[in-house]
Design a protein around this ligand. Structure first.
Ligand SMILES: [Zn+2]
Length: 238
């Protein structure tokens, strides 16, 4: 691990209970420059070669997540979280874009954090899970299922058939932590949910800037329906 300490942090007022995963489509040196300009920083960054960089000590609150919502907590979720940024030139969009070397660094780091802070599986999240209307990272190619096979994060058994107990997507999403405070938030959350659990239902956007400006299809109420979607919600809610 290399230390490249950044000055963008403050005292924590609550214990760590969450890890937020991000990605950035710039080489690490460029990321450091950009973050410095904006006065932000994650705690850790992992480049495509799997090199781990420590940027802010875990005991401090780093500026990485901005405004968000998760299980009823709203506002700046930096307070109780650790941020990890992965360099990924496709913004986590193209299959296998996260390198083996990156995952070989990320998985033990997450194991370590989970153990150290007793982090619940549902609190290992993507930035898009907690800010679904604003953020698309770490993207539809982020290997959540593979991480779950290593005991990291929340997942469901896609092979086991499960009884559909509810078709009320909004209530189910809310029960799983997502922002459903109004219909538009629920639509954005439904798309973020697909990014995390049903990536085959998320459209690849070859235009990076377009993706950053349009992280979900606005006003598309059909996102609150769909067999695979309702089924996945029910399985996770079991
Ligand atoms: Zn992010």
């Amino acid at each position: 691990m290399q230390e490249r300490l950044m000055p963008h942090f403050a005292e924590r007022k609550m214990p760590v209970e969450m890890v937020v995963l991000h990605c950035s489509a710039f080489p690490l040196e460029k990321c450091l420059e950009i973050w410095d300009d904006y006065g932000v920083s994650p705690h850790y960054a992992i480049d495509e070669q799997g090199e781990l960089f420590k940027l802010v000590d875990e005991k401090y609150r780093a500026y990485h997540a901005g405004k968000g919502y998760w299980y009823g907590r709203e506002g700046y979720l930096n307070e109780g979280s650790i941020g990890i940024e992965l360099v990924n030139m496709s913004l986590g969009q193209t299959p296998d874009s996260y390198t083996k070397a990156q995952l070989n660094t990320l998985i033990p780091l997450l194991h370590n954090l989970i153990k150290k802070y007793n982090i619940k599986p549902q609190n290992i999240v993507g930035h898009s899970d907690i800010a679904p209307a604003l953020k698309a990272d770490p993207g539809l190619a982020f290997p959540w299922e593979k991480l779950a096979q290593h005991g990291i994060g929340r997942w469901y058994n896609s092979h086991r058939s499960s009884e559909i107990k509810s078709r009320d997507a909004v209530s189910l999403l809310k029960g799983l932590g997502y922002d459903t405070r109004d219909e538009e938030a629920a639509i954005a959350s439904a798309y973020a949910f697909r990014r995390h659990y049903l990536p085959e239902e998320v459209k690849f956007d070859p235009d990076r800037q377009h993706l950053l400006d349009n992280v979900y299809p606005k006003n598309d109420k059909s996102l609150l329906t769909g067999e695979a979607f309702i089924s996945a919600l029910n399985r996770l809610s079991d």
